[in-house]
Design a protein around this ligand. Structure first.
Ligand code: DX5
Ligand code: ZN
Length: 218
């Protein structure tokens, strides 16, 4: 199964963002992961709209927006007008996730849910038939460079089971402290997509091209 490999752009070198995107495009990443935060749902602020607009102008590859914000329903128009391809909301942050997910799809944008480490499969099962992607957070959202939370593996196994995944037709991704070892292990279990941050892609000695090539071959 071909992997979805998404650099977490809050870790990019913002002093050379255009060059970073050029190198990542040449490394043939699948698309870009943009973390948007409001300082309320998570105690941090991530990337800004100007960053998103710049990245959108600098690449033709898909852009996924990970909304770590309260009341994401209020901002679907805003983000869909910025030309993103996938919008992830946290159902924990939305009174009516079903309506918001439908609103995303009504804009012709793919809909995803990102779920916190403590959010159960049972609690999000109602949404599984109306999403294109589910992204399991393997760290507490809000910061890069954290440690992988092993207890989340159990939830990943359930969501990766073909009986589950095929029934609902979503693609499964993970986000947070994803190392090459995790990519190899979780891909074998049926995880398709990986957000690549400090544990696998940024701040390494190898070129992005070498790293991405190696991750593809795992
Ligand atoms: C955390 C973000 C992740 C994070 C990934 O809230 O959603 O995308 O930036 O970075 P690492 O891989 O360093 O955890
Ligand atoms: Zn993220």
């Amino acid at each position: 199964m071909k992997k979805i490999l998404l650099p977490s752009m809050m870790l990019a070198d913002f002093g050379n963002l255009k060059e970073e995107i050029k190198k990542l495009d040449e490394a043939d990443v699948t698309g870009y992961h943009i973390d948007i935060m409001d300082g309320q749902f998570v105690p941090n602020f991530g990337m800004g709209l100007q960053d998103l607009e710049f990245i959108r102008s600098a690449t033709d590859k898909p852009i996924d927006v990970h909304l770590m914000i309260n009341t994401p329903d209020k901002y679907i128009d805003l983000f869909s007008n910025l030309g993103v391809n996938v919008i992830y909301i946290h159902p924990e942050a939305d009174v009516h996730p079903t309506r918001t997910l439908q609103a995303i799809r009504d804009k012709g944008i793919k809909a995803g849910i990102a779920i916190n480490p403590g959010t159960s499969v049972e609690s999000i099962q109602p949404y599984l038939s109306i999403i294109d992607y589910i992204m399991v957070m393997t760290v507490n959202p809000g910061f890069a460079g954290q440690k992988y939370l092993d207890f989340v593996d159990e939830k990943i196994e359930i969501l990766a089971q073909s009986t589950f995944k095929d029934k609902y037709e979503y693609e499964l991704l993970v986000d947070g402290a994803i190392s090459p070892e995790k990519v190899e292990k979780l891909h074998k279990k049926g995880v398709k997509g990986f957000v690549l941050g400090s544990s696998s892609l940024f701040g390494k000695d190898q070129s992005y091209k070498e790293i991405i090539q190696e991750l593809k071959e795992l």
